[in-house]
Design a protein around this ligand. Structure first.
Ligand code: SF4
Length: 366
């Protein structure tokens, strides 16, 4: 891994902005910058497209004009872009240290082992299908694709679970890696928490016995997003006490007890849409990454928008590793035709991961 050259750390903010803007002009249509909603303001302003991971994957799969796709997000997103982009396109992540703490909680060998263990415990006539949140490594998506499973995002997870248990032929779903998204979705589909069991990859058989696996429909990987897990029911009680009538909207990566208490729950895109369509004068407490919530508050001054539990440290540290010095370094390298931090998913992994991504896309259009 190459480190950021020192010269970039010595530039002032004005110099960085001026040089990034100049590089963007110079590279023109050869360059496409994608920015995730959780990205910091000074970086996302240079994005040609903003979105959540689903929207950005779809853009990457359609964007054929630009030779270079610079992904201002985290590692798994850039991997998905590389899998879905054209053969001749090059995807760069400005800082390779921008990983995802949740994706890192599931590796491909552990998921493959879990599938074997759970199939044995479930017994004959049962089919355990993996469903991988897009917030997972390409290698985990490949294990999922090989096993006949699909990816999902927080926008389409209900459709994907529903597909898996009907047309997909699964009798049980192994949901990797976020336990909260899976539990909240199971309840939203009319199941109960008793239909879910937690698989701990640190324990033999995930800490489960045959009786528990046979009784469950959803087997939840013991993973979480530390940004969303920070929100607590007491934050909701405090927001309602401070502002009577405030609406609380939370991301489904939040714990079950938070989602159960909230007025609404939805993906990043749904949160943005709800706030956009809300009447002027309405008040909102939002439980998701702080950069997005603070940006919404600036964008809609006619509405009162707070981060739920204002003091909760709801910042994605990994996303913040993409900063102006790294972005400029990446653009300078592209301009010199010597790109740095190129994301290349090995062909065999990409092919199997694409199966899982494609199944997800098909459940949306089906
Ligand atoms: S907010 Fe959570 S899930 Fe999203 S990139 Fe950061 S650590 Fe990963």
């Amino acid at each position: 891994m190459q480190d950021l050259p020192n010269e970039y750390c010595e530039l002032s903010s004005d110099e960085l902005h001026a040089r990034i803007a100049e590089r963007k002009r110079e590279l023109g249509a050869r360059l496409c910058i994608l920015g995730h909603h959780y990205q910091r303001d000074e970086v996302i302003r240079y994005a040609d497209h903003r979105g959540d991971s689903l929207k950005l994957s779809q853009i990457a799969s359609r964007q054929r004009e630009a030779k270079y796709i610079v992904f201002c997000g985290v590692h798994f997103m850039a991997e998905s872009a590389d899998i879905l982009a054209g053969e001749d396109q090059i995807v760069c992540l400005p800082n390779l240290r921008a990983g995802c703490a949740m994706a890192d909680q599931a590796d491909e060998d552990a998921v493959a082992t879990a599938l074997k263990e759970l199939s044995a415990l479930a017994g004959e006539g049962e089919t355990v299908m993996p469903v991988s949140y897009v917030n997972s490594t390409a290698a985990v998506k490949a294990v999922t694709g090989r096993a006949g499973g699909a990816c999902c995002t927080s926008s389409n997870v209900r459709n994907v679970f529903d597909w898996a248990l009907r047309a997909g032929g699964a009798t049980k779903i192994l949901a990797v890696p976020d336990q909260h998204l899976a539990r909240n979705t199971a309840v939203a589909l009319g199941y109960t928490e008793n239909d879910c069991v937690l698989y701990d990859p640190a324990l033999p058989n995930g800490g489960l016995d045959a009786k528990q696996v046979k009784a469950a429909t959803f087997i939840l990987w013991k993973g979480f997003c530390y940004v969303h897990q920070v929100f607590r029911p007491e934050h909701i009680h405090a927001a309602r006490a401070a502002t009577p009538g405030i609406k609380v909207i939370v991301h489904p990566e939040c714990p079950r007890e938070v989602v159960a208490l909230a007025d609404e729950s939805g993906s990043t895109s749904r949160i943005i849409k709800e706030i956009d369509e809300a009447p002027a004068g309405s008040a909102w407490a939002v439980a998701t990454e702080a950069n997005l919530v603070h940006r919404l508050a600036k964008q809609y001054p006619d509405k009162t928008i707070h981060l739920l539990g204002e003091t909760a440290p709801a910042n994605c540290v990994q996303m913040a590793r993409i900063d102006l010095p790294h972005l400029l370094w990446c653009l300078d390298a592209i301009a010199a035709d010597a790109p740095v931090n190129v994301i290349r998913v090995p062909k065999d992994i990409a092919a199997d991961a694409k199966l899982a991504l494609q199944r997800m896309i098909e459940t949306q259009s089906g």
